[in-house]
Write a protein that binds this ligand. Structure first.
Ligand code: 5GP
Ligand code: ZN
Length: 136
């Protein structure tokens, strides 16, 4: 299991730093966020250390979303956001992959979203589609 000695979430997985643990399996660890945006805000992380989604092996990634779903059901959240930030400019503060499960009980609590949509450019989208597909 890859881990980083300096990583705060690896320390939480090891138990070197305490956490409000919700769930643990061989590949996944889940705990309450220490500065929640709403009641029940939880983090689901792979035990495998990696900063960004693309650093995590597929088998660990595949184990994460079922745990997010478990937490949604256990908290009784009806409206909620699932968020996974990659990179500073994308609001990532902790460089160990984590999925946020953030209940949205009302307009004020939970995640606020800015959604700066751009104008549709069909020709641009066609070129982009071909470019991305050629690299998959
Ligand atoms: P990011 O902005 O990187 O997506 O989110 C990092 C999250 O980790 C934040 O919501 C922050 O409150 C949470 N966090 C940071 N350090 C700790 C910690 O030591 N314990 C817990 N439970 N959560 C933490
Ligand atoms: Zn780590």
């Amino acid at each position: 299991m890859a881990s980083s000695a300096a990583c705060i979430f690896c320390k939480i997985v090891k138990g070197d730093i305490p956490s409000f643990k919700l769930f643990e399996s061989d590949k996944v660890f889940a705990f309450l966020d220490i500065n929640p945006l709403s009641k029940g805000h939880a983090l689901v992380i792979p035990k495998h250390h990696g900063a960004k989604l693309s650093d995590i092996p597929d088998d660990s990634l595949a184990a994460l979303l079922p745990v997010v779903k478990k937490l949604v059901l256990a908290t009784g959240a009806e409206d909620y956001n699932v968020l996974q930030n990659n990179g500073r400019i994308a609001h990532q503060e902790v460089d160990h992959v984590h999925f946020h499960m953030i209940p949205k009980p009302n307009e004020k609590e939970g995640m606020g979203i800015s959604w700066p949509q751009q104008k549709t450019d069909m020709d641009g989208l066609k070129v982009l589609l071909a470019e991305i597909k050629s690299k998959m």
